[in-house]
Design a protein around this ligand. Sequence first.
Ligand code: ADP
Ligand code: ZN
Length: 740
Amino acid sequence: MSNGIAKVVVDLALDREFDYRIPPALTDAVRVGSRVAVPFGRTRTQGYVVGLADSSPHAKLKEIAEVVGKKPLLSDKILELTRWMARYYCCRVEQAVRCALPEVVRKAQISWKERQFVKLGTVSPKDLAVLAKRAKAQARIIEALRANTEGMFVARLLEQTNASADAVKKLAAKGYIEVSDRTEERDPFGGEVFLPTEPLPLTAEQQLALDLCRAAIDNMEKPILIRGVTGSGKTEVYLQAIEHTLRQGKDSIVLVPEISLTPQTVERFRARFPHQQITVLHSHLSEGERHDQWHKVRDGQSHIVIGARSAVFAPVQALGLIVVDEEHENTYKQEDAPRYNARDIAVMRAKLEGAAVVLGSATPSLESFYNARCGRYSLATLGRRVDNKKMPIIRIIDMRQEAMRQKGTYVLSNRLRTAIEARLAKSEQTILFLNRRGYATHMFCLKCGYVAKCPNCSIALTYHRRAEELRCHLCGQVGPAPKVCPDPACRNPAIRYSGMGTEKVESAIQKTFPKARVQRMDSDMMTKKTLYREILGAFRVGKIDILIGTQMIAKGLHFPNVTLVGIIYADMALHLPDFRASERTFQLLVQVAGRAGRGDVEGEVIVQSFTPFHPAVRYAQQHDYVGFYDQEIEFRQELRYPPVTRMACLTIRSRSENKAQFTAMALAKELDKLLVDQHALMGGPTPAPLARIQGCYRFQIMLRTEQILRLTETLGKVLARFKAPEDVTVTVDIDPLSLL
Ligand code: ADP
Ligand code: ZN
């Protein structure tokens, strides 16, 4: 390839790319991922190559001065992966490269932390005796270093001996000690200790799953899907698969939906493997920690990486295994361009690097189970809880009848109320689940019909009672809750609220059970980053009787003393205009129900529903994933929805409704011409279900096809030459998860 031009992101002007000419002498050395020194204005700066090109629209380019460092930051395989991403997700390679490299590594403003380190030099007993008399602090330093023959960081030494930096200087001058600079790793887990655990003897089902994994690690095989009910021991299978990978001298990556929401899972990995082997990447790392952890992995000093979405790009040296836990989770999908799904990237990366990939879930996405049914994935099933513990009993309460019996609010059915009472009497714990924050979803005026809506978005504002505020859950707009109807012509003081959120459940529970210790947990409360762990800690040791929360509490938590789970309003997501509404509801019900009865006492789940005969509710009650899948896939087949087809969603946004609509129509026309021979179905353009967000009008074009690669190729071409008016943006989402 004759690449004469390099696209460089320079440290002085971040988030913009500049074109530089590659001098002939550097042709071989400059690659995507190289650190380079370049002239910039009147100075010289360092930058990083994000792309190569044959030509540039700019005249008079400056030349790259030199390549810094030997190794480019991206391996050939990761580069290949980013190229695939660019094609598949219709984005620029640079955007894909940005995903693959954490910002702190890309910009290279932070480096290893160098600190002064001392070792003992030569000190005779006579010297020491002299010091002991005349310079006691210096003598203490020598003693400390004798006890630590490896040497110590100066800061630590001074702290321990209560000596001054001056004492160190004097000792160094006499040659009694040697001072040098040494890298200190910023270790986010510093002093934390985990009780080591041993591999458990596996059940027959687990053994079969592990055998599949081992075969795939040893010789590349198909991706593996482990469908295992909650508590069936999937994590133990992952742990032993990783152990096998380590023994082959290879590295593993474990993806979890969100590190802070799965502390117990992470702890189990840390307890099984030695501290040095494991790197945990998460969003609360400081820049310095992130830098050190990334380089530690790339330098081959760590062989197991655990992290959320972006850890799929972890620069491990010899990839042997990628585990994607809770593979159905939406958090694997990135919301901004490039809108990749880490689960799918994992499958692709494993393929490119000849590694095994294991997807696990109690409720696999329809996509993955469909792949297993079609034979593209191998399937392992863990149908029983370990030790044959029973699955919790799920009772469904028909809230339509309950609503007739009770007047006013129906947060709690009689059944759920008495069930909670019984748990309180026995000192057992309860989890109550409602996937909506705030107190009430609507504020309205009884007299004039006024409803408080967000001025920027097409949704109603949510009432938060504790803060006495109205908040928009889309754009974050906040304002005080009015005391009278804000309509100047009305001013009626009888303002009402309807629709409930977790805050309302909390206050209803407190009223019903004044003596119970109640705690709410949702993102409104999580202003402090340690609060989550604190609350879960308190819950674990029994300081909380009833925990109320959103989907934050639906994920991999494991509390033996929880014997009751109440789902306040099961149908909440069922009526969203989204073909996955039923799948989501089923997944959520099964996952939340899985939190009950993880200990010795059998668990009970009470599901309150206004559509108690909906298949998503009924199959969840029976713990029947396959039954749910079979009837749901039929519906998808009939309507040609994913996973039977693949989907792409174009969103056209503008502050001007007319411009957005006009652009959407022009784009649709363009596509229509090209897609005739592709058997692609086009829907729209139509206003998006959330027609306005943050002041922007949104239109959508939905495309469905059986040949996704042909479609993305066409899309890529069309979007590259399609000129949208200045204040209109067009975004593309391949395999979209949210259609709102
Ligand atoms: P999952 O990940 O499928 O929800 P876990 O791996 O968390 O299930 O297993 C549930 C519990 O059973 C854990 O406490 C785990 O330590 C235990 N466990 C898993 N496998 C075994 C086994 N083979 N023998 C005994 N206990 C096991
Ligand atoms: Zn808003």
